[in-house]
Design a protein around this ligand. Structure first.
Ligand SMILES: NC(=O)C1=CN([C@@H]2O[C@H](COP(=O)(O)OP(=O)(O)OC[C@H]3O[C@@H](n4cnc5c(N)ncnc54)[C@H](OP(=O)(O)O)[C@@H]3O)[C@@H](O)[C@H]2O)C=CC1
Ligand SMILES: CC(C)(CO)C(=O)C(=O)O
Length: 240
């Protein structure tokens, strides 16, 4: 018999985990399963450290945009992959009941999270810099080549970390454009709202890991620094 009866979904931006941790803890029941609905490879582990509780990681292929308070637009995708662990079956069942989603449990969540990280490395920064939806990347001369360069850097770093990205990753990236063409990345939404992005946990993660292994990742590094500059400008604009 499963021993967990409730699921708590954490979907604050990763940078807000520390601030949100006391609230998360105050809402926990004895059997609550915490599910991180956040991007990034190690963000569930970070939340687990902050709360002292087991946190299930997940990878979301669901494009949403909170266009105003209380108004969320779904722009495509309906797939969630959960890590396996205490309460994961109940959490997946609850998600499948609550919304027209396809929640599944993966026995190899590190690979799933690295694949999702690669999707985010490719699309989040490009969309945040250009403020364009994913369809634009399929239509812009040269964008495909940039996407491929980001992917190949991620592939080498993933391999150094012990994860082999799927051989058909280029096609998988293309499918993202097909499944959510009108979506602007969560990072683009942050920029449009004048907020800090999660870039340090996306391309920034690749750059840090690449540094540990002595791997050159110039394209990811360039995207990271451009977003840092945009964030700096947004922060300065808030001061005036
Ligand atoms: N948007 C998308 O399509 C996707 C997003 N993700 C991931 O999901 C996560 C959430 O992203 P997204 O939904 O876009 O982010 P949003 O910024 O739209 O939503 C974050 C929410 O967290 C709330 N929040 C912030 N700080 C706290 C706090 N200390 N206590 C309680 N609530 C807090 C915010 O409230 P307030 O508005 O009042 O500040 C806001 O409602 C991210 O990790 C993102 O990478 C993954 C896949 C797709
Ligand atoms: C699924 C996707 C790519 C949707 O835009 C996302 O994870 C994000 O925007 O952060």
């Amino acid at each position: 018999m499963p021993s967990c009866s409730r699921s708590g979904l954490v979907s604050v931006k990763v940078g807000d985990n520390a601030a949100a941790a006391p609230l998360v803890l105050s809402l926990l029941g004895k059997d609550t399963v915490i599910l991180s609905m956040q991007n990034g490879v190690d963000t569930a582990a970070q939340l687990s450290e902050l709360t002292g509780c087991e946190v299930l990681p997940s990878a979301l292929y669901i494009a949403v945009d909170r266009v105003e308070p209380g108004h969320v637009v779904h722009r495509g995708g309906h797939h969630i992959m959960l890590g396996s662990g205490k309460g994961s079956r109940l959490a997946a069942a609850a998600l499948n009941r609550a919304a027209p989603l396809k929640a599944e449990i993966s026995q190899d969540i590190p690979s799933v999270l690295w694949e999702k990280l690669t999707v985010n490395c490719v699309y989040n920064a490009l969309s945040a810099i250009t403020l364009m939806p994913y369809a634009a990347f399929g239509e812009t001369d040269g964008a495909g080549a940039v996407i491929q360069m980001v992917l190949e850097e991620c592939r080498v770093v993933a391999q150094a970390c012990g994860v082999t990205l799927p051989a058909d990753m280029t096609q998988r990236l293309h499918q993202i454009i097909q499944h959510m063409p009108t979506q602007k990345s969560s990072a683009a939404q942050d920029v449009m709202k004048g907020r800090a992005t999660e870039i340090e946990f996306i391309n920034g993660y690749i750059v840090r890991k690449a540094g540990e292994y002595g791997i050159a990742v110039p394209v990811n590094f360039t995207l990271l620094v451009i977003i840092r500059m945009i964030e700096k400008r947004l922060a300065q604009e808030k001061l005036v």
